[in-house]
Design a protein. Sequence first.
Length: 122
Amino acid sequence: MKKDILNKKDIEKLVNLFYDKVKKDNTIGHFFSGNFNMEKHLEIMYKFWENIVFYTGSYNGNPMDKHFEVHAKTPLSKKDFQKWTKLFNESVDELYIGEKADLIKLKASNIAAVMQMQILKG
Ligand code: HEM
């Protein structure tokens, strides 16, 4: 039976599954290929999501700026954001059910919507 997201280990499992899907994905996989340092990225993402779900204060970066940089190198599109959100929700639903699972999906969708609006408005 599925359970809710309870701790850091659960976040790590979710992030790992999500990036397994992302890497194989035809639409957004290329953003994470070549000499992209996935190991380092995963460590950052564990902290980012842990902070969102458990308010640990473990992340203090600026994702918005980072994605403006990504977009400047390789343009992001609406389709990319849609695929990112779909794969994220699928990953959560494959592993978890409950309040925190709902929360992380809501936060992901909200951040993706704001990010897309900011980046694609021009
Ligand atoms: C079109 C969808 C997206 C693509 C293709 C994408 C791609 C990337 C890439 C390539 C990086 C690494 C940048 C670098 O290290 O130079 C990155 C970092 C990151 N992404 Fe995304 N991203 C997307 C959407 C999102 C969304 C919706 C969120 C949050 C809900 C998010 C959260 C982050 C965070 C927290 C980092 C790390 C920033 C840091 O270094 O502090 N991304 N993303």
